[in-house]
Design a protein around this ligand. Sequence first.
Ligand code: NAP
Length: 439
Amino acid sequence: MAAGARAAHGESTGIGLLGLGVVGSAVARAIIERHRQGDPNFPLNLKSVVVRDPEKKRAVELDRSIISTDAESVIANPEVGIVVELMGGENPAFDYISSSLKAGKPVVTANKEVLSKRGGELLSIAAENGVQLFYEASVGGGIPIIGPLMNDLTANKIQSIRGIINGTTNFILSKMAHEGADFNDVLAEAQSLGYAESDPTADIDGFDSLYKISVLARLAFHTEVPVDSIHQEGIRNVHAKDFRYASELGYTIKLLAVAQASEETGLLARVHPALIPLDVPMASVNGALNAVEVEGDLVGPLWFQGPGAGPEPTASAVMGDVLRIAKGGPGAAKPVQTPAPFDIAPMGDHVCQFFLRVTVADRPGVLASIAKVLGDADISIDSVLQKDSDVENQSADLVIMTHPAQEAKMQDAVSSLRQLEAVVRLDSLLRVETYPNRS
Ligand code: NAP
């Protein structure tokens, strides 16, 4: 650890805070209040704060003289022992984090985007310079998940990580499940309540979950999991009808982020809406909550749940990292292993049951023609529901649950199904999450 990062007895460590928005304000407030109280368990002192617009009104009262727009001078300030990056985005966050590490200053960040895109480089820079790079708040807000993977679970070979790690989409899907509401109506409500951004793309198209699962997978599987190697689907195409039929079959729908690895299959990471059985714990994680299941070979399944965002829960995770460094916690960052311990597997290798909702012509022989297309692709049918006959248009909803099938074969079958004259529309193709240890 860098000289100056660790507080000597009775002294406090100077913090350079890059960003004073939602999370930065909560972190600044916690440092200022506890410093004022002289809390001996909190040996920190807010030295400098960097923002884009120094004139902006802030959610925390602080001495204006410590606010600037010059990040490099804050990083160079000898009174700053730990740099806390809470600006977000890839750039200039990458430059500031790497400058800090190169200057021998430990960094705490909540920035999943820079960590997923450039985290490998940053961890190497941290290791070369013998300083810590901690990032508990980057995944799961207030839930301690990075720390356990980094420390407590290192004796395990991690087999899988499966999470609901985006609160906005979970809020929307929970409302759709419980109220039978349509996606667009619930999205508008989520925006009016402040649960969704005015531009909700990062959340509902799965980018946020993608960044987070890439960060978790790198840590759990000791290898780079580039974001463009991760299958990504958001929730725009999930309909109220899918919830209705899924529930009749004993499932609900969640946006899952999953990474699984074994020597035989390689490492496969994916973000997509999935049917999950109503009786697994993940099915009861509702609203803006987050949850992560980790399965290790020694420990078995572990379950983490809590507030995945918000100023105070996220500040809790940030401050935990800062205090661990200030109090002389564990050593330098560990870069990924070379050669990579796992090959990255393509999504086409994934095997699961599928839920297909198709609008078909309401006449005899249609199911047989669909079953033939699926059969030709080696996919067998587990169950079929025929619903909502539309007499005027002579069409009906056909809901097909398949037996486990390979993704690549299912995608081929879907292309052929779209060519069938009896298929009016292929409305939904959703994966069913497999829980191998479920009794
Ligand atoms: P935010 O409210 O948008 O705040 C960003 C802050 O960074 C602002 O103070 C902004 O300055 C400053 N900033 C941005 N670009 C800058 C630049 N180029 N130079 C100097 N200052 C710059 O963001 P946030 O919600 O606090 O999120 C911060 C980080 O925490 C992100 O990485 C986010 O993913 C992560 N995170 C957030 C939450 C959450 O609940 N919000 C939860 C977990 C993790 P101005 O104020 O002057 O514009």
